[in-house]
Design a protein around this ligand. Sequence first.
Ligand SMILES: [Zn+2]
Length: 204
Amino acid sequence: MPPAEHHVEIAHAFTEARAASTVDMAARVRDLLTAVGEDPAREGLIKTPERVAKSLRFLTKGYEEDPVEVLNEAIFTDAYDEMVIVKDIDFFSLCEHHMLPFFGRCHIAYIPNGKIVGLSKLARMVEIYSRRLQVQERLVTQIAHLIDDLLEPKGVGVIMDATHLCMVMRGVEKQNSTTVTSCMLADFRDSETTRAEFLRLAGY
Ligand SMILES: [Zn+2]
């Protein structure tokens, strides 16, 4: 994917449509309950459609935020030129194929080239991208390319290590499988030493 495309944000355009659709979403969840063989009118399920709609809205709230804006708020000029690593950032996402959770940890590293970013903003960015329907491969790519675009660092590396409920609970039912994806750009791609240092510091 060319870097420009994946953070041309769909975010704001959908905000209004999403707000208008909460009631609609609940109605559809009611249909879903019927479709799985349940009685949506029984006591325990009466408020379930609204709860599911609300919860789904929360789990996909990343569509309402723009990671470009968030990062741009905290970019500073600085001469620091060693590797910066933020590791073990927890994330929870929904796979776009089954809308089931996948979750795990994300490690981000970059080597500044005159600009640094507030560390908490990196975690915020992970949060925004992961609170959308995703595939783990795209998630690491989006995170790495956005850092690359906005900070123009000497290199950037992102690793995500996750458990996918669509693999654990259904399908192949491999309960202990984890999926690791990574995106390495510039120095992290070209230099084995840099990549090795990142992997070591991230605990691999
Ligand atoms: Zn899936």
